[in-house]
Design a protein around this ligand. Structure first.
Ligand code: ADP
Ligand code: MG
Ligand code: MG
Length: 908
């Protein structure tokens, strides 16, 4: 890397060097602090050390970076001294600073912030004298020692059952005094805390707490740079695809104090509801508090607006009187400040044209803004906010479409509680509706255990006193999260909304005992492994499991989907084998069925008997007899599909899997089959043995079956044509497409198309009517892709079976890759799972080439994709680029693919 000229950028009332557009260099927090200054919003002055310094720190180490930035940091502090008329290190009137991390993408709570930096035993007295408030001075000092001791000096809990060592001391001192709240501790108690904290630090690491403000400042700067590579930051980056190379910036900022008495406060607010998307300013604050007190769930926070406060009281079962007395809103408590906050919030939302998540502090009746960013939100909030901002004229259609991450639509497609079943369930406790959704699972108390349980396929609900960034992985695998403490802006709530995960927070009646691994509510005790259910939209906790039902496309979601149709070029079809699946797909806006796997129809009830009879038959006559039994059933299946998908295309694939899949492989089931069919066990065993293959994936399957046993293809083709004619007779339009699987040479295709066309002619002659249909080929072997032009001369459409095409091109099967693929991904041998997102550089080239060759032979060739990749947003963008006509995916992913297709059209 070329060494940059400049590392430090100031912001303040007299001069601001940064701006919102400089996020890469200044991080999101630093860039937006500068932007707020430019907008004339009141922000404490500060300076930002750029992300390039962090990169240099990682590459060249502390000493080298010190040389690089020392002069600029000194100048930055000088700038703050001039702005404030105070001197850093002046013990009689100390200038106190905060040191805050801030990366390009927001990583809430991922890295640590240090407040009140610059205090020591002498300066604390100066501060007390200057403010005439000893309690405040000592409160600030004990917070500083605690944060610095944790973040810079590394005093953390020893094990997962352990508590924070500083909190243990605080609890001890509180117990000695017989008080419950931090606010009940007086100056002397706080002074004692500082002493005890410092001795703890000395005892644990054998070093004294640093007294020199400059030493404190540099220690904090290095700690922020180091935190970029701490465990929880790495986990967050991994979960959110953030490259390690970005680095974090450091913001050094003048302190303002929310803990300076009863006219001071600190809070967090959102310009719209992050859970539901409702256009309602909302937030929480605490009087006489600082920094993360609101998020840490130490005291019950109060609501910013009166509406919000009333809603909260209703949920928390607090009477209006009690609310007004003990938990008044900011709107009631400090009406002027509330108006200023509302004004700032509106200014910021209009400026950024997106929902803002803001942090503020009130110091003795003056409002200071400390942060603004585009707020994290649930999938449903994403949709509602985008559509309402569009309607309000704040953004245009294209922006609205791009505001919603396709993958997040998943949350709106998930089942919700069946209302009948929920009414019948027993409510155990109420908390806050921190993140909407429905979840049922078994209780676990530790994040790492959530992971272990989830790995073996269990549904878990993570139950904690409160969560912390260490719990991230466990939270991400849990069905839902329940916390006993914390408000709507607690760590659990914010992170759960970001993940689109159901969360109930601050359920005060819940008592968690980590050691005993129990949760008690009143008299009742629940153990690890017990089943509970959560309704994150209502904030309710239920006993046991509750049945769920399917979600619907309506309201803003429906509008968004309609909008996708105006912009996308790709059609989205669904992979559906049954009328039920077809109905779901249609509801979600599928433009047809891109893949009906006929073999799935062979397993149900009496059918499997006929299928087995066919497999056991010694000759063609025997097979035909069994197939004749299957014909009416298969025909019925197709009629159901055609009816459901009237007017839309239905693509039917001929039988694909090897025949051994239809036979039992263990003796007990073979015996049962023998009795049922009246044949000897020996015969069944022999047939199973004959059908055994060393590599079934590359064995006797696909069109190879139909070539060996043309009577199977004949029966299937007859079932399709007869069904189509029957349904048409009832006035329903059908668009039939038949496709031949696993074609590697045009001769295979021809062998099958002969049978199909002959069967069509026979059926049409029998019925005295004809039907238009398309006959196509799957492209799923590498040779098929290479030979695409010759195949396209015969086939009327292509459907890429990207699952098989991927396996065969990569030379490893999806089912066996689990043994090494995770390691491959970790080491970057493959950048992502090629079965989830198409391998663009390899398999993708085959797709592009086959499209080109196919269209050169038949310009109007219809081309689609029917592998899992059809539901992956990144792959959808690739298929759009490759010029395909449609992708087909599972019914539940149809809306995701529709949005991804619209976004692909917008960006290309
Ligand atoms: P995070 O990235 O975790 O949100 P922040 O850097 O925003 O961390 O700091 C957390 C909290 O610390 C802020 O929300 C604010 O309440 C408090 N804080 C940070 N800087 C200052 C400051 N200069 N004055 C007062 N409070 C501050
Ligand atoms: Mg923090
Ligand atoms: Mg913050």
């Amino acid at each position: 890397m070329k060494t940059p000229e400049k590392f430090v950028y100031v912001f303040g009332s007299s001069r601001t060097e940064g701006a919102a557009a400089m996020k890469n260099l200044l991080g999101g927090k630093g860039a937006n602090l500068a932007e707020m200054c430019r907008l004339g919003i009141t922000v404490p002055s500060g300076f930002t050390i750029s992300t390039e310094a962090c990169t240099a720190f990682t590459e060249q180490g502390r000493e080298a970076v010190f040389e690089l930035i020392q002069g600029e940091v000194l100048a930055g502090v000088k700038f703050l001294e001039l702005e404030m008329g105070k001197t850093f290190g002046d013990a009689s009137d100390p200038l106190l600073l905060s040191v805050r991390s801030g990366a390009r993408a927001s990583m809430p709570g991922m890295m640590d912030t240090i407040l009140n930096l610059g205090l020591n035993d002498e300066a604390v007295l100066g501060l007390a004298r200057k403010t005439n408030d000893a309690r405040f001075a000592w409160d600030s000092y004990r917070r500083f020692v605690q944060m610095y001791g944790d973040v810079v000096m590394g005093l953390k809990p020893v094990s997962k059952e352990d508590h924070d060592p500083f909190e243990v001391i605080i609890d001890m001192v509180k117990a000695q005094k017989g008080v419950k709240q931090d606010t009940e501790l007086d100056a002397d108690d706080l002074k004692e805390l500082v002493q005890r904290f410092k001795s703890l630090i000395r005892a644990r690491i054998g070093r004294d707490f640093p007294t020199d403000p400059w030493e404190q400042l540099w220690g904090a700067v290095w700690a922020v740079f180091e935190s970029w590579n701490n465990e929880r930051a790495c986990v967050y980056r991994e979960l959110n695809d953030i490259p390690a190379s970005w680095g974090t910036a450091v913001n050094v900022q003048v302190m303002v104090f929310g803990n300076l008495g009863d006219h001071s406060a600190t809070g967090v607010a959102f310009s719209r509801d992050a859970g539901t998307g409702e256009d309602l300013f909302n937030g929480e604050f605490l009087v006489n508090a600082q920094g993360e007190d609101v998020v840490a769930g130490i005291r019950t926070p109060q609501q910013v607006s009166l509406v919000g406060s009333r809603r909260w009281a209703e949920l928390a079962l607090v009477t209006e009187e009690e609310r007004r007395l003990h938990y008044p809103s900011l709107e009631e408590l400090m009406p002027d400040i509330y108006q200023q906050l509302l004004h700032a919030e509106t200014t910021l939302e209009n400026h950024f044209r997106d929902m803002q998540d803001i942090e503020f502090t009130i110091q003795q009746g003056k409002l200071w803004m400390l942060q603004t960013r585009n707020g994290k939100r649930t999938g449903s909030a994403m949709v509602r906010i985008a559509m309402e901002m569009l309607q309000q004229g704040m953004i245009d259609e294209k922006t609205a479409l791009q505001r919603v991450a396709p993958e997040r639509l998943n949350e709106l497609l998930h089942p919700i509680f069946d209302s009948g079943a929920r009414k019948a369930a027993e409510i155990l406790a109420r908390g806050l509706p921190a993140s909407p959704g429905a979840a049922t699972g078994q209780i676990v108390f530790h994040a790492d255990e959530a992971e272990t349980w989830a790995k073996v396929g269990k549904d878990v609900i993570l139950v904690r006193q409160e969560t912390s960034p260490e719990d991230l992985r466990g939270m991400s695998v849990a069905r839902g999260i329940l916390t006993a403490r914390g408000g709507m802006t607690s760590h659990a709530a914010v992170v759960a909304r970001g993940m689109g995960k159901c969360c109930v927070s601050g359920a005060g009646a819940v008592h968690v005992d980590l050691k005993a691994r129990t949760m008690s509510i009143g008299e009742a005790v629940y153990h690890e492994g017990d089943w509970i259910s959560l309704d994150g939209s209502a904030g309710e906790v239920y006993a046991g499991k509750i049945a769920t039902k399917d979600a619907e496309l309506s309201g803003d979601f429906g509008k968004l989907m309609a909008l996708t149709d105006q912009y996308k070029r790709l059609d989205i079809r669904a992979n559906a084998d049954t009328p039920d699946e077809a109905r779901v797909a249609r509801n979600f806006g599928a433009a047809g069925i891109g893949l009906c796997r006929t073999e799935h129809m062979f397993f149900e009830g009496a059918r499997i008997l006929a299928v087995r009879e066919m497999i056991l038959a010694d000759n063609e006559a025997g097979r035909r007899k069994a197939l004749a039994k299957l014909l009416p059933m298969q025909r019925g299946d197709f009629e159901g599909l055609f009816r459901e998908m009237h007017d839309l295309p239905v693509t039917i694939r001929l039988l694909d899997p090897p025949l051994h899949e239809f036979l039992p492989h263990d003796e007990a089931n073979q015996r049962a089959m023998a009795t049922e069919m009246g044949v000897s066990l020996g015969k069944i065993r022999m047939r199973v043995e004959e059908l055994h293959e060393f590599n079934p994936m590359m064995g006797h399957r696909g069109c190879r079956l139909g070539i060996s046993y043309p009577e199977i293809t004949e029966m299937q083709a007859r079932a399709v044509f007869e069904a189509a004619l029957n349904v048409r007779a009832a006035g329903i339009r059908v668009k039939t497409e038949i496709m031949v699987p696993l074609v590697g040479t045009v001769r295979e295709f021809n062998a099958q198309s002969d049978v199909i066309r002959r069967t069509a002619a026979t059926v049409f002659a029998e019925r005295g009517e004809t039907l238009d249909y398309l006959l196509g080929s799957m492209i799923e072997t590498p040779r098929g892709a290479l030979m695409a032009d010759s195949i396209a001369r015969e086939a009327e459409f292509f459907s890429f079976g990207t699952n098989d095409l991927t396996q065969m091109t990569l030379g490893f099967s999806r089912d066996d890759a689990g043994k090494f693929l995770p390691e491959y991904l970790k080491r970057g041998i493959y950048e992502h799972d090629p079965f989830r997102s198409i391998d663009q550089k390899g398999v993708g080239v085959l797709v592009q080439m086959a499209v080109e060759k196919g269209r050169s032979a038949r310009p109007d060739l219809e081309v689609g994709v029917c592998g899992e990749h059809g539901g992956d947003p990144v792959s959808v963008a690739f298929f759009h680029q490759a010029g395909l006509d449609y992708v087909s995916c599972s019914p539940y992913r149809v809306p995701i693919a529709r949005l991804a297709a619209a976004q692909a059209a917008l960006t290309s």
